[in-house]
Every structure is written in C-alpha cells, then in structure tokens.
Design a protein. Structure first.
Length: 283
C-alpha cells in the first residue's frame, strides 16, 4: 500500500496529566442517579486490551489522560496527535518513560496514552508529556476516496491491511451498525475526538458488541466520517475504541476515526486480534 509518509510534517506537542473530573450525579437510561469515577487522571487498573463494558465507572479512559488548560492549545494538541504516536515523560520521577497515544476523547478534549505499569507508579498529576505528532495529512495514494485521520503511519503498517479488487480489507473485532452511533454525531470534523456507540439497545447483546475491548479496531457500517460524522448508506469507517461504556442515553464506548469513505471500499475482516495492544507490543 502506497501512502505519503515522506510528505508528512512531524511536530512536538506537549501537555500535562489531567486531574480526574467527577462530583456530579449521572442520570442513567432508567432515570436513576449515580455517582461514579469518570474521565481523567492516571487509571492504574484499566488499560487497552481490557473490557470496555462492566466497569463501575462512566467514560473511563484507559492509562493516562493528558490535556492543556489553554483551549486553543488543547485543540492543537488534540488535532495534531495521532493514534500510535510515541510519547515521552519530560519531568518528574517518571522522566524519559515512553508510551503511545491510544485515543483522543472529544468534549473533555483529552489525549489518552498507554505506559507500562511500572512507569504509571512513578507518575503524578501535572507531569508533562512530549509527543512527536505525526500522521495528520496521511493519504492512501491509490485510494483517493478513502480519508485518513488520527492515524500514525507506524500503526498503519501494523494493522495487517490487505488490498483486493480495488478495496481495502481491514481486520476489526466487530462491525457496528451505523444506526447505533450516538453522542458526537454531526461534529464539524473527525480529525480529533470521538463519537459513541449507544449501548442501551438489546442489539448490543445480540451482536456481542458488549464484548468490545478498549483499543479494539471496529468497522462502523453506513457511517461517513469524511467531513464530519453522519449516517450514509454505503459508507464505511474504521475506528478504534478509546473509552469505556457510559450510563447516559446516547452514550457508550467512544470510537476515534482512522479511515473512512463515502464509498464501499473499506471491508471489515472480523478477528479477535485486532486490538492496538497486539500491534504496538504494549505491556
């Protein structure tokens, strides 16, 4: 597969480990109020490769959550980083620890990262992390109808993508019906952030979507993410699951866009191994 990695721009971006946010009641799909852990911080016992469902939490972000206090700079951080970019801690007891970007979470505007467990133990809220942002502007030279967002070339190389009959076969763990996509749909662009699989329907169990893991690659059927996010018959999107299930209506595991087309070019190949933890040799 030919792509334009030699033309891409590599820039430094930097943020700090964000403090967790909570302290308010969440009203679930049945109208019940709960208070649970949520986004942010250093999550020691939830990592990519772990189940996205069943946690006593809401919108849980695996590993480390990073952001900036300045909104304009935070938007730059979220846009420029790509899934699979390398990250390095630049201060504190965990200085020089290396990890990887695993997601960008819209709304809260967090960048999510994986680090080894031994390094998490040395980190603290406010530690700064440097990322060599590389990937936005990526194009597949033989497939002009496929748009790439948030995808580092180093991860693209490891996704076991095959070309067949002018189409692209991509390993995924599940195919998600487009009618199940909720919070985040209608966004102005998909070059940052995510949108959620709504998980209140019985169809979630019927299709075993409730077996999804954090870091899974998934196919969103009839979902067009080329210039925003909407339902379109015949379109398709490849994304990655970046946060856990949620209690509120219209919400669920978040999916960040990687590849998308208005045409029927992206072909899902179902395999349990299609998880970022297997591609980046995460521990």
């Amino acid at each position: 597969m030919r792509y334009n990695s030699e033309k891409l721009v590599k820039q430094s971006v930097q943020g700090a480990i964000a403090h967790p946010l909570t302290g308010y009641y969440c009203i679930d799909r049945e109208g019940q109020a709960t208070i649970l852990p949520g986004t942010g911080g250093i999550t020691y016992n939830v990592q990519v490769g772990d189940p996205a469902f069943g946690l006593a939490g809401d919108h849980i972000e695996p590993g480390v959550s990073m952001k900036l206090d300045d909104n304009k700079k935070t938007r730059g951080l979220n846009f420029l980083v790509c899934i699979g970019n390398k990250a390095r801690v630049v201060g504190g007891d965990a200085e020089d620890a290396e990890g990887y970007v695993t997601g960008t979470h819209g709304g809260i505007n967090h960048v999510l990262l994986h680090f080894d467990a031994k390094d998490l133990e040395k980190m603290k809220i406010g530690d700064e992390i440097l990322i060599k942002a590389f990937g936005q502007g990526l194009t597949l030279q033989d497939y002009p109808d496929v748009k790439c967002y948030n995808l580092a070339p180093r991860l693209l190389k490891k996704m076991n993508i095959k070309e067949k009959d002018n189409k692209i076969e991509v390993p995924v763990t599940a195919s998600i019906p487009g009618r199940l996509m909720g919070s985040g749909i209608g966004a102005a662009h998909s070059a940052a952030g995510d949108y959620d699989i709504t998980t209140g329907a019985e169809e979630i169990k019927e299709k075993k979507i409730d077996h999804l893991k954090l870091g899974d690659f998934v196919y969103l059927k009839n979902c067009d993410n080329t210039y925003g996010r909407e339902y379109k018959e015949g379109a398709g999107t490849i994304g990655i699951v970046i946060h856990s299930d949620c209690k509120r209506m219209g919400h669920g595991p978040g999916v960040t866009t990687l590849l998308t087309s208005k045409k029927d070019i992206l072909q899902p190949v179902i395999t349990e191994e299609a998880n970022i933890s297997n591609y980046l040799e995460l521990e």
